[in-house]
Design a protein around this ligand. Sequence first.
Ligand SMILES: Cc1cc2nc3c(=O)[nH]c(=O)nc-3n(C[C@H](O)[C@H](O)[C@H](O)COP(=O)(O)OP(=O)(O)OC[C@H]3O[C@@H](n4cnc5c(N)ncnc54)[C@H](O)[C@@H]3O)c2cc1C
Length: 386
Amino acid sequence: MAGAPTGQTILVLGGGIGGVVTANRLRRKLDRRHRVVLVDRDPTFSFAASYLWVMTGKRTPRQVTRPLQGLTRRGIEVVIGDIESIEPRSRTATVDGRELTADHLVIALGAEQVPQIIPGMVEAGETFATLPGARRLGIELDAIDHGRILVVTAGPVYRCPAAPYEAAFLIDAHLRSRGVRDRVEVAVHAAEPMPMGVAGANVAEAVKGLLAARGISYRPNHQIASADTGQAVFYDGQTEAFDLLAYMPPIAAPAVIARSALAGPGGWIEVDRETLWTGYENVYAIGDNVQMLLGIGKPLPRAGIFAHSQGKVVADAIVSSITGRPSTARFDARGGCFIEVGDGRAGYGSGDFYAEPSPSIRVRPPARRWHLGKVAFEQEVMRRWL
Ligand SMILES: Cc1cc2nc3c(=O)[nH]c(=O)nc-3n(C[C@H](O)[C@H](O)[C@H](O)COP(=O)(O)OP(=O)(O)OC[C@H]3O[C@@H](n4cnc5c(N)ncnc54)[C@H](O)[C@@H]3O)c2cc1C
């Protein structure tokens, strides 16, 4: 390989979707003189987009998880440990007290879910946004035979704008399949003004129509402030009773980023929107830990499909800088979001999130093919990259 005369080290911080895609692509495109090192505190990769299927019993936890150590078979070095600090100028990360320094650094640490900022919610409810939570919710959904399920988005910004609405649809379908839906009310109370607002009014109206058609009541701009056994209190002082509370947690920037020189507004990383470059030499950031504000003032949705495509762009840029071969890869924010509605069907909203003055998104009504599209994404991540 032409270019760098000596081997270089690329450090990928975070072994979620973005980090795993980046590390794999680097490993495939660089010869073995160059080291690809991936660091994560969790030895197990788990695919969050499948948690809702774990909740409804369509997947086992084993089907949606893989040991990260498996990547060593492909020539990727895996370090399991807590990243305590990041110094972008020297491209150094401290992992469990040990300093790792690299020629190229990719930061893909995701977003921290912080349900504990809503007093009582963790104790009174369950979340479908973690694997253990999705399992526990599934057990409760199999047991409930009357009463009221309250689905809440506990803050206006969270991972995957579709997920809480999909959760409500899949809960509805699961209760129908159990023959108890007529005795269990399902209500969604959302912190945000409309479902999936970043994708525009047509997507929001489509989702609202799907909720109404399934008898799921919907209350936007209604943010939970606290919860206790059987009762949620909202910021407007109103209360809602529930037999089961299912929540989408709010998010915060990972603490290790928020206290680093990389932290921008809110502790998130700001990057060049096409190259994902942080402004520090050979340091890139991708995925949920990036805050990319769109022209409409809302952030690009935090979604695995974007972490995935950003990982490819960054890997190609690093390969280009090492080998001297030109790369034209640019992140264009084109992508789509599947919305599972149950019964093996999903809707699909896709388009150009960088379009001006607002994202240009086309909505496709629920069909079997979009459900299969989501399964294909799951299989690509689990089989191709892990
Ligand atoms: C319920 C649910 C459903 C979803 N459905 C979809 C979907 O259908 N389609 C879609 O595109 N997206 C979906 N998403 C969103 C998607 O999962 C995320 O956007 C995606 O995981 C982001 O990838 P990432 O690599 O940026 O971060 P992550 O996948 O979150 O990975 C970050 C990694 O960094 C590690 N880490 C963090 N801090 C440290 C530290 N200090 N030290 C060591 N390691 C650390 C974490 O352990 C983690 O493994 C869903 C999310 C949820 C919660």
